[in-house]
Design a protein around this ligand. Structure first.
Ligand code: FAD
Length: 461
């Protein structure tokens, strides 16, 4: 019998099969190997594998299966908190960061990214061809993890969830095969991967549709945080009037006094409206006029390239310890905004409380869509705070509870898993038929539950 404890794990056997690295507790570099992007998360797997090739990934999957271990894929560890909530004592953490090759084909308007690619690896090169990927707000979120979970981009209201612009996925399956799932091959698996998360295999590469962008105008308007209720109410009225070409965020920001934050913002609080608009300056100015009439203290709107969008949301430039969570809201009456503002004042430990405007293409199912075809709610709420130590984490968690409590009356009850950083019942993320089908696909492709996702979907018993 093989041993399944880290003390007895025959790591040397796996090491011999890999171009990449295998680290187990007690090895030099163990703490660095098990570290997630979110520095507040303490991951204690049985081993960490850092494959460099598809064959390496196959070797890890076979090794784990033969020993009754499980495998959890991790691109960056942005979404590691839910994964680490349960014990990883029987799990090999498979970190894909050494597999970062990206190819852009401007003719077919496709990008092919290896599993460890970050959005910056795709967005910059695509932007040079006037093409946009449906990237998230952060440069160093993983392309694969983001797309498997849905993917809410700055072009979301025009082009829908990023998962539904995935053209093909190369996956290592539970039985150690390498398959390329697309609309014509392994169609059920392809459907499940697009929104069903990391439950169905280890993705080794992903192919994405890119969109031509002729004109783009983007930026933010910032106002004193004391005007939060007034500005968020005005934004809520304004989003009812905007076309699908406009995707915007209304947020309260309490910026820490960190050097990497631009001087005019550092250590200060604001209520902010950010927007990306697929159109020219004249049309954008007309659109923005009602908000500019409210006299922002800062207006950064300007013509932009798709690559510029990675800086718009001012996400952290490098790993941080954070605790965050989010939900979906059906409607957003003025009293909901007032309640949100009341718990997001100067005394909150939260860094950001944001509302993303949904609707448009996000609410329209696209032919051939995946497991997460749409987000039908009107707004996504996400709040986050910095948590460098357990006391700070407890304070941030209490503040997140206060935010959830403030809007519970308008909570749609459904979750968007990319904005869910705690372990939840994954049924809440899908329609009942989609969830049943996800479990059926899981049972077919991974009956023994080898793959462990941060948001698990179990096979049928
Ligand atoms: C600063 C910040 C900004 C963000 N901005 C946005 C945004 O604009 N829009 C949005 O929709 N989301 C956003 N997110 C959420 C983000 O999309 C999720 O956290 C996503 O899961 C991150 O993917 P990752 O690969 O970087 O993280 P990881 O924690 O590495 O992966 C998350 C999960 O994806 C699965 N996974 C990853 N790689 C593989 C693989 N190769 N094979 C199989 N499964 C895999 C696993 O189940 C894993 O647990 C943001 C998060 C942060 C922290």
């Amino acid at each position: 019998m093989y041993s399944t404890t880290s003390a007895g794990l025959d790591a040397g056997t796996l090491r011999e099969q890999l171009m990449g690295a295998v680290t187990v507790p007690g090895d030099a570099g163990w703490d660095a190997a098990r570290q997630a992007w979110n520095l507040a998360v303490d991951q204690r797997p049985v081993a960490v594998a850092e494959p460099e090739t598809v064959a390496d990934v196959v070797a890890v999957v076979n090794f784990a299966r033969e020993r009754g271990l499980r495998v959890a894929a991790q691109g960056t560890g942005h979404a590691a908190s839910a994964l680490a909530e349960a014990s990883l004592h029987d799990t090999i953490l498979l970190k894909t960061h050494r597999m970062r090759v990206v190819e852009i084909d401007p003719d077919s308007r496709r990008a092919r990214a290896q599993a460890g690619a970050l959005w910056a690896d795709v967005v910059g090169p695509a932007s040079e061809h006037g093409l946009a990927a449906l990237a998230g707000s952060s440069h160093d979120v993983g392309v694969v993890g983001y797309c498997l979970g849905g993917g809410l981009s700055w072009l979301a209201r025009k082009h829908g969830l990023a998962a539904n612009s995935v053209a093909a996925v190369q996956v290592v399956t539970a039985d150690g095969r390498v398959v390329v799932a697309d609309a014509h091959h392994d169609a059920d698996l392809f459907w499940a991967l697009r929104g069903g998360g990391g439950n169905f295999g280890i993705v080794t590469a992903i192919e994405l549709e890119l969109y031509p962008v002729d004109e783009l105008y983007a930026g933010m308007l910032a106002f004193p945080v004391e005007r939060a209720a007034e500005i968020l109410r005005a934004w809520r009225e304004w989003v009812r009037t905007v076309p699908d070409e406009a995707t915007s965020v209304g947020r309260i920001l309490h910026l820490p006094p960190f050097e990497e934050i631009p001087a005019p913002l550092r250590g200060r609080s604001f209520v902010v409206v950010e927007m990306a608009y697929l159109g020219d300056e004249a049309a954008a100015s007309e659109l923005l006029a009602p908000l500019r009439a409210l006299h922002p203290v800062m207006d950064t709107f300007a013509a932009a390239t798709p690559a510029d969008l990675l800086a718009l949301h001012m996400d952290p430039p490098s790993p941080v310890p954070g605790v965050g969570d989010g939900t979906l809201l059906d409607v957003l009456p003025g009293e909901a905004l007032d309640a949100l503002v009341a718990v997001s004042g100067a005394d909150t430990p939260l860094l950001s409380v944001e509302l993303r405007h949904l609707g448009g293409a996000l609410a329209r199912p696209r032919a051939g869509a995946g497991a997460l075809a749409t987000l039908e709610e009107d707004f996504a709420l996400f709040a986050v705070g910095i948590a460098p130590h357990p006391e700070a984490a407890a304070a941030v968690k209490a503040a997140l509870d206060a935010v959830a409590g403030a809007v519970c009356e308008w909570d749609a009850g459904r979750r968007y898993l990319n904005f869910t950083e705690s372990a939840v019942d994954t049924r809440r993320a899908y329609s009942a038929p989609a969830y049943r089908r996800l479990r059926a696909v899981k049972t077919l492709v991974d009956p023994d539950n080898l793959f462990r996702a941060n948001h698990p979907i179990a096979p049928i018993d």
